[in-house]
Ligand binder design. Structure first.
Ligand code: SOE
Length: 406
C-alpha cells in the first residue's frame, strides 16, 4: 500500500516527509522489544521513510494505555480490528500469542496493510498456509508480509551467512544448533500461555526451536528435508496464575493446578537438501542457561561458530590454512564494514539483543519502500512451520524418520 506523504500543504511542516504508520497488536515482552525497534530505527539509520508509532492494541484498556505511554505510541486501541481500520496505520505488527496470528495477519493483509508477524508464524501448518497465501495475494498489490525471525539480524549471523554464501566453508557437512533456557526448571513456575498448546502451538519447539530451524536453514542456504525427534514434558502440572484460576479446584486458596500441554524440551536430528547433517536441541529446562542460542557449522573448507551470549563475536576456522597455524579465531563483528554496523558505535563498542529489533524495523521499511522481496517471507515462515510439524510427528512416533513435505 502507498506510504503517507506529509506535504507542507497538509501539515505545515517542511520539507515533505514520508512516514510509515505502524500499528502494533500486543504489548508484553515482544511488544516492548518491537516498540524499541520502531522507535530507534529512524534515529540510527538513514531511512527512506520515518516509522511512526501510530497506535498499539491490547484487550485491557488500562494496561494498553500504560504500554502506549511507556513505549511511545500515539494512541491505544482495545480491538485489533479497529487498529487495522485506522487510516494512520499502514503496517500491522503482530506481537500476540500464536493463536491469533493467522486471523489478525490475514485481516490486515486483506485490508491493504503491510504485516510484520512474530515467530513462529502460526500454531499449525494449515494456518501458516492460509497466511502465506494471503501474503502472496497481497504481494501482487505491493504489500509486504515478513516474519519476525529477529536473530537473522544479529550482525555476526548476517555476516556468517555472507561468509557461507561466499564459499568460505565450502560444501557443508554439519549444522549443530542448540537453544537453551532455564525458566521452567522450577516446577512452581506458573502455567502461562506459553505452556498451553491451544495458545502457543507448541512449547520449547515453537518458541526456541523455530529460531534455530530458521537460522540453520538461513545460514546453510538450504532447507531441511527430513527430521527425527524426541520430546518430553518433564513437569506436567503447574500452578494456575490467580487471575486465570476462577472455577478451578484450589482457586480460592491459590493451589489450583493445570496441565502443561506443550513440550518442555525437544531434540531432533535432520538432513539438509545437500545431504549435510544437522542436530537441534530446544529446551527451557537447561539449568543455568538463560538464552544460550549456539550454532556451529562445519564445511569442507572451514567452520563457523556463534553463541548468542557473546553476540558480537563469530568464531571462524579456515581449514585451508597450514595445520601448524590454523585454528578457530575470534572475529569481533563490530567494524563499520560489518552488516548494520556502519550506523552504530565505533569498533568494539558492541551491540545487544534489542538491536536485532532495530535492524528488523530498518529492513522492513526498506523492503516496503524499495519494493524488494520480503525476507524472511511468510513462505519462509510456512516452511519452518512444516519442519516443526514434522518434528512433532516424528516425536509422537518416538523418533521415526519423517519427511518434511514441500
Ligand atoms: C521466550 O522463551 C523467548 O522470549 C522467545 O519467545 C523469543 O523468541 C526468544 O528470542 C527469547 O526467548
Amino acid at each position: 500500500m502507498a506510504l503517507r506523504e506529509e506535504t507542507e500543504q497538509e501539515t505545515g511542516t517542511p520539507p515533505p516527509t514520508a512516514t510509515l504508520g505502524v500499528g502494533m497488536v500486543g504489548y508484553a515482552f515482544m511488544g516492548a522489544a518491537h516498540s524499541q525497534g520502531w522507535r530507534t530505527a529512524g534515529h540510527v539509520f538513514d531511512m527512506p521513510v520515518r516509522p511512526v508509532l501510530a497506535a498499539i492494541c491490547g484487550r485491557d484498556r488500562t494496561a494498553v494505555e500504560a504500554a502506549a505511554a511507556r513505549h511511545g505510541w500515539a494512541a491505544a486501541e482495545t480491538d485489533w480490528r479497529a487498529l487495522i481500520a485506522r487510516d494512520d496505520v499502514q503496517l500491522v505488527d503482530i506481537c500476540t500469542p500464536g493463536d491469533s496470528h493467522a486471523e489478525i495477519a490475514i485481516a490486515a493483509l486483506e485490508a491493504g496493510k503491510h504485516v510484520l508477524c512474530e515467530k513462529p508464524l502460526a500454531n499449525t501448518v494449515a494456518e501458516a498456509e492460509a497466511m502465506a497465501q494471503a501474503a502472496e495475494r497481497a504481494a501482487a498489490r505491493g504489500q509486504v508480509a515478513i516474519v519476525g525471525f529477529n536473530y537473522r539480524k544479529v550482525p555476526a549471523l548476517t555476516h556468517a551467512r555472507a561468509m557461507i554464501e561466499e564459499g568460505r566453508l565450502g560444501r557443508l557437512r554439519h549444522v549443530r544448533a542448540t537453544y537453551l533456557q532455564d525458566w521452567l526448571v522450577d516446577p512452581e513456575s506458573p502455567l502461562t500461555w506459553r505452556l498451553e498448546r491451544e495458545r502457543a502451538g507448541s512449547g520449547a519447539l515453537g518458541d526456541l526451536g523455530a529460531h534455530i530451524v530458521d537460522l540453520a536453514q538461513y545460514l546453510a542456504g538450504e532447507p531441511l528435508v527430513g527430521v527425527s525427534a524426541v520430546s518430553e514434558t518433564f513437569v506436567r502440572e503447574r500452578p494456575v496464575p490467580a487471575g486465570a484460576a476462577a472455577g478451578l479446584p484450589g482457586a480460592a486458596d491459590g493451589t489450583a493446578r493445570g496441565a502443561v500441554t506443550v513440550d518442555d524440551a525437544t531434540l531432533f536430528t535432520g538432513r539438509l537438501a545437500s545431504g549435510a547433517l544437522a542436530s537441534f536441541e530446544a529446551t527451557r529446562m537447561a539449568a543455568g542457561r538463560k538464552n544460550a542460542l549456539r550454532l556451529e557449522i562445519n564445511g569442507e573448507r572451514g567452520s563457523i561458530a556463534f553463541d548468542l551470549e557473546r553476540l558480537n563475536e563469530l568464531s571462524f576456522h579456515d581449514h585451508t590454512e597450514p595445520p601448524t597455524s590454523a585454528g578457530f579465531r575470534r572475529i569481533l563483528v563490530t567494524e563499520p564494514q560489518h552488516p548494520y554496523l556502519e550506523a552504530w558505535w565505533p569498533p568494539g563498542h558492541g551491540l545487544g539483543y534489542e538491536h536485532t529489533f532495530v535492524h528488523q524495523a530498518r529492513d522492513v521499511v526498506r523492503t516496503i519502500v524499495e519494493g524488494r522481496a520480503p525476507v524472511p517471507s511468510f513462505a519462509d515462515g510456512l516452511q519452518v512451520q512444516r519442519v516443526l510439524a514434522a518434528v512433532e510427528e516424528s516425536a509422537a512416533k518416538n523418533s521415526v524418520h519423517t519427511p518434511v513435505p514441500f
